[in-house]
Design a protein around this ligand. Structure first.
Ligand code: E4P
Length: 214
């Protein structure tokens, strides 16, 4: 199981890397827009920091635009993966980029049928968004389970799942139990994962009792 950092912030990425939690990085236009600097420069810096896949999203929505932007982004570094939104023009672009050896991630997946289309187009990764489904009272984890079953039962589809829009440590636990290939987790949730009030109480108690030996 790989854990990626869902961030375009170099400090968050470095901190996660120190804990062995940066097997890769996912970005999207919203995450990159929070940072200072040019779109491409921000991605270049991330690629220098992380040796695993760095997912960079195209901004175009038409076939030609997606293909040419994808090819340009792919020049940034060998570890760039091109993130493409789940639209028909995007799926056509996935096929072309794949034929040129460029890895793709079809993002904004909210149904199992969309995942099938992306996998058939030749996407290296599909990216279902759990949290955004939960936000509208749908069951993100259930969708992940269905997509996982489809890919496990059809090994000719060589697509990997990246579970995205993760909002809680419990999402991480449930997805790990399920055996999802990759989880992309925001820095805030990575920090929350290590927290437990009983750990804090235990540390405080041990520190107090250790005073006797000082
Ligand atoms: C990652 O690839 C996605 O863009 C990201 O996880 C979306 O998360 P959000 O729903 O919290 O914006």
């Amino acid at each position: 199981m790989d854990i990626y950092v869902d961030s375009a912030n170099i400090n968050e990425i470095r901190q996660a890397k120190e804990l062995g939690l940066a097997d890769g990085v996912t970005t999207n236009p919203t995450l990159v827009a929070k940072e200072n600097g040019e779109f491409t420069d921000i991605l270049k810096d991330i690629c220098k920091e992380v040796s695993g896949p760095v997912h960079a999203e195209v901004l175009s929505l038409d076939f030609e635009g997606i293909v040419s932007e994808g090819k340009e982004l792919a020049k940034i570094a060998d570890n760039i993966v091109i993130k493409i939104p789940m639209i028909e023009e995007g799926l056509k672009a996935v096929r072309v980029l794949r034929s040129e050896g460029i890895d793709t991630n079809v993002t904004l997946i909210f149904s199992a049928s969309q995942a099938i289309l992306a996998a058939k187009a030749g996407a290296t990764y599909v990216c279902p968004f759990l949290g955004r489904l939960d936000d509208i009272s749908s069951d993100g984890l259930e969708l992940l389970g269905v997509i996982r079953s489809i890919l496990v039962n059809n090994p000719d589809l060589e697509t990997k799942i990246i579970a995205a829009s993760i909002r809680t440590p419990n999402h991480v636990v449930e997805l790990s139990t399920m055996g999802v290939d990759i989880l992309t987790v925001p820095a805030k949730v990575l920090k929350q994962m290590g927290k437990h009030p009983l750990t804090d109480i235990g540390i405080e108690q041990f520190a107090k009792d250790a005073e006797k030996f000082k």
